[in-house]
Write a protein that binds this ligand. Structure first.
Ligand SMILES: Nc1ncnc2c1ncn2[C@@H]1O[C@H](COP(=O)(O)OP(=O)(O)OP(=O)(O)O)[C@@H](O)[C@H]1O
Ligand SMILES: Nc1nc2c(ncn2[C@@H]2O[C@H](COP(=O)(O)O)[C@@H](O)[C@H]2O)c(=O)[nH]1
Length: 215
């Protein structure tokens, strides 16, 4: 278990597209002796969760399981890189075929994570990284108990403003993030590891150390 952490020279792994749906493993059960862990990156919107998830994935060789969403791509967002962008009908089909291990409906659209992609990551790497909101955290905790490790990232409202303005994000996105900030940051106590994402390299190092200490 956690061999990938101790020898983090593995090559980056990216989630593959689903071609043939297969039944997911019973959550939390490990095939054989290896314990399977879901590393959840959560926190306040715009705190750099996706950025950290991708870098952690590359650094550790643990797949980042990309969610499916029906929301429209923002400027600069790419299908297969930021999300799997799909239509409402495609999302409903995934739900009807019970292919999502968790899903949420938010103002802008629906979001969900494929059972098959998560299961494949867990079987092949004994671990997977996901980025979800608080509802997603609760679902993963129900499914995987303490094997769903909650890492909560936050930044100040001022940092969110600076980062999003620098990226040229639409003003309604920035306004929404700032409006939702107080509702999101209250969940910081419901986490296993809490940190302010000020500097990316330092954040990554702290997360890696934290994960090692859980062995
Ligand atoms: N440590 C950092 N320092 C400065 N800017 C950062 C840092 N981490 C991420 N950013 C920038 O902040 C913005 C938000 O990052 P990212 O999309 O990873 O956050 P997120 O929490 O996943 O956001 P969202 O809620 O939109 O999913 C991006 O413009 C990103 O380039
Ligand atoms: N429970 C889930 N939450 C998800 C999933 N994919 C993304 N998210 C979270 O939703 C909000 C909105 O994201 P945005 O990119 O539209 O700003 C944010 O908190 C995401 O982390 C998912 O599959 N399940």
């Amino acid at each position: 278990m956690w061999k990938w952490l101790k020898s983090s020279k593995t090559s980056p792994v990216s989630p593959e597209p689903v071609n043939t749906p297969e039944p997911a493993n019973t959550p939390g059960e490990a095939g054989g002796e290896a314990k399977q862990q879901v590393i959840i990156i959560t926190g306040t919107s715009g705190s750099g969760r996706k950025d950290i998830a991708k870098r952690l994935s590359s650094g550790l060789g643990v797949p980042y399981v990309l969610p499916y969403t029906t929301r429209a791509p923002r400027p600069g967002e790419q299908d297969g890189e930021h999300y799997h962008f799909i239509t409402d009908a495609e999302f409903r089909a995934l739900q009807e075929k019970d292919e999502l291990c968790e899903s949420v409906r938010l103002e802008r659209g629906s979001y969900g994570i494929s059972k098959h992609e998560l299961d494949r990551a867990l079987q092949q790497h004994q671990a997977a990284i996901v980025v979800v909101n608080h509802e997603g955290v609760q679902t993963f905790r129900k499914l995987y108990g303490e094997n769903a490790v909650r890492i909560f990232l936050y930044v100040t409202k001022e940092d969110i403003r600076l980062r999003l303005e620098r990226e040229g994000a639409p003003s309604e996105v920035l306004e929404e993030y700032l409006r939702n900030y107080s509702d999101q940051v209250i969940y910081k106590r419901e986490s296993d590891f809490l940190l302010q994402n000020i500097e990316t390299a330092a954040t990554l190092e702290k997360i890696k150390l934290f994960l090692q200490e859980r062995i």
